[in-house]
Design a protein around this ligand. Structure first.
Ligand code: C2E
Ligand code: CA
Ligand code: CA
Length: 560
């Protein structure tokens, strides 16, 4: 509202009120006026619907306006603003919180000034207020400032040459909290976390809420990194304290990423917040309920993996350009005959450089791209199996299937259909599943394994000896084959104790009708030693490395 346009010094209070009633219908703002001599206050009448006041026209006794309307924490600020308007004759323009009708603080932007009469005596205090909660300047759930004010503050500090640390907090598993307990409960958790983080700050640092479940503190007043760690630790302490005082009605944890910009040249807000986002994600990735200090090397690795992921996406979209299926021979231990092969995925980036499977397979898994890529390699494996069975009847192919494929796609139907269409006999396809903490032996997973078997597709438990509750899996999943991982093999070759352990596991596997494959045999000496455990099959560089199809076919023609 412009002071020049609205010269109301000669209006009486009734005319001012009439003017407010006229204009407030076409404004987003709430207007207010105080007649200084009488202390009569008039607000835009619709303010009573949004804010914690029952009246819009009243004589302000006992600081009614301040006590009802202004959020307690901001009353000092508002008083000092009023003081400068009255005594220093300043126009005031500031952000503060008003109490909402429902009890939660509402961020508002107020502009106000004092209007004096011809003798220079203050007559009216006039102003307008608009709600800014929707615009990320501030946030009504937590009562905290929002990202726009964070940017202002950050840029101000940096312009003053100040350096410090950004602490970015996040509520762990917040999505699940919302999904499992509902939005109101989620809001309660946000409000409570905001309070806990505020309590953790001892200095003047503000807490900002920048998105759904994320909060930021600019820790610029203390040079010591430990200061930021202390803030994080105090916040977690407060959260725990809240949980205990609520008799564990709610249970959750918080993580934080801390970025030090002390020695950085590129300190633009966006660049720094990207690092803070990475740091927070890293804290969560490492198990949550912890903080992570930004580390440039980790960030480079992360950025490279994003680049690879983009290339993988492009490749999948462009007909699996860059993907290849390699095959590694599997040999019968007693007869030295070639009995099968494992299909192993390979990926070359645009420059033609091979990316190791330990790098790209997890990226395919986390992005879901393993579903189309897995479908692709199943087709290659089936083609290979058909080709090989013309040369070696009964030849089988091992195909790796990730847990994600089972959980998030209908890989079961895919396998059954492709097997039926191919005309391959039962036992030609062996699905290799790695036991890991991820596998939940629930009904749907057991159902998957049972249906595979019912359709003549076998199951191999991969990487045996590296994972978790091996015996539990054997019992519930009833695989046909146990593949013993190279780390276990190497351990057994070098330690008598581990050799004994491997022998008894292998005996046990045989006693319940499982075939064993020893993985990772590289030398004659290793083969000789491992013979003590009488494995059924051997897979390793000793017989052949994973090879592209043409090379594998040459290998086969020379081997048979
Ligand atoms: P894995 O299923 O355990 O595959 C066997 C790994 O052992 C292969 O690594 C193979 O190259 C390696 N290997 C075989 N013999 C020897 C040996 O004598 N010495 C040594 N040091 N290593 C040997 P690779 O090809 O790098 O694959 C790594 C992992 O990536 C695989 O482990 C598997 O878990 C995953 N993977 C590969 N292809 C696929 C796929 O098509 N789908 C899925 N879901 N995962 C795949
Ligand atoms: Ca495997
Ligand atoms: Ca393996």
């Amino acid at each position: 509202m412009n002071k020049q346009l609205l010269d109301i010094k000669n209006f009486d209070m009734e005319s001012v009120i009439a003017m407010i009633n006229t204009v407030s219908g076409c404004l987003d703002e709430f207007l207010f006026v105080r007649e200084i001599q009488t202390n009569r206050v008039y607000l835009s009448p619709n303010a009573t619907m949004r804010f914690a006041v029952d009246e819009y026209d009243f004589i302000d006794r006992d600081n009614y306006f301040e006590n009802h309307l202004i959020y307690e924490e901001d009353r000092k600020l508002v008083s000092s603003m009023l003081y400068s308007a009255l005594v220093e004759d300043a126009n005031i323009d500031f952000f503060c919180r008003w109490n909402g009708r429902d009890g939660s603080p509402v961020w508002v932007h107020s502009i106000a000034y004092v209007i004096k009469d011809d003798e220079g005596i203050p007559k009216y205090f006039f102003g307008s207020t608009n709600e800014i909660g929707q615009k990320r300047i501030a946030d009504d759930i937590s009562g905290l400032k929002g990202e726009r004010l964070l940017i202002d503050e950050y840029e101000k500090l940096v312009a003053q040459g100040k350096r410090g640390r950004i602490i970015r907090f996040g509520i762990d598993h917040f999505k699940e909290i919302n999904e499992n307990h509902g939005i109101d409960y989620g809001d309660m958790v946000i409000r409570n976390t905001a309070q806990c983080i505020k309590k953790a700050v001892t200095g003047l640092e503000e807490v900002y809420r920048i998105s759904g479940d994320e909060f930021v503190i600019l820790d610029f007043n203390d040079d010591d990194f430990a200061h930021s760690v202390k803030i994080y630790e105090r916040a977690t302490f407060e959260v725990n304290d809240f949980i205990i005082s609520n008799n564990y009605d709610s249970f959750y944890t918080i993580s934080a990423g801390i970025v030090d910009i002390k020695n950085r040249t590129n300190v633009s807000y966006d660049a720094v917040m990207r690092r803070a986002e990475f740091a927070l994600n890293e804290a969560k990735r490492r198990g949550r309920n912890q903080y992570y200090e930004f580390n440039p090397e980790d960030y480079d690795t992360f950025k490279k993996s994003r680049q690879i992921l983009n290339e993988l996406r492009r490749s999948v979209a462009e007909g699996y350009d860059g993907f290849d299926a390699f095959f590694q021979p599997i040999v019968d231990h007693d007869t030295n005959k070639l009995v099968g092969a494992e299909a192993l995925m390979r990926y070359k980036d645009m420059e033609g450089k091979y990316i190791p499977p330990v790098v790209f397979i997890p990226l395919l898994e986390e992005s879901g791209l393993i579903i189309p890529a897995g479908r692709w390699i199943v087709s290659r494996a089936v083609e290979m199996c058909q080709k090989m069975q013309e040369l070696i009847p009964g030849f089988y192919i091992g195909i790796n299937i990730s847990y994600v494929q089972i959980r998030k796609s209908n890989v079961l139907d895919l396998l059954i259909n492709i097997k039926n269409k191919s005309g391959l006999p039962d036992g030609s396809l062996v699905i290799e599943i790695t036991e890991s903490g991820e596998i939940e032996c629930d009904e749907s997973f057991i159902d998957f394994c049972t249906k595979l078997r019912d359709n003549g597709i076998l199951l191999a438990l991969d990487d045996f000896g590296t994972g978790y509750s091996n015996f539990h899996y054997l019992n519930r999943l009833r695989p046909n084959t146990m593949k013993i991982d190279r780390t276990f093999t190497v351990g057994a070759i070098n330690s008598e104790y581990e050799m004994e352990l491997l022998k008894s596991m292998s005996d046990m596997a045989h006693s319940i009708g499982l075939k064993t494959v020893i993985e990772g045999i590289e030398t004659d000496a290793e083969l000789e030693k491992i013979s003590m455990v009488s494995p059924d099959y051997i897979q390793g560089y000793y017989f052949g490395k994973p090879m592209p199809v043409p090379e594998f076919m040459t290998f086969v023609s020379e081997y048979v």
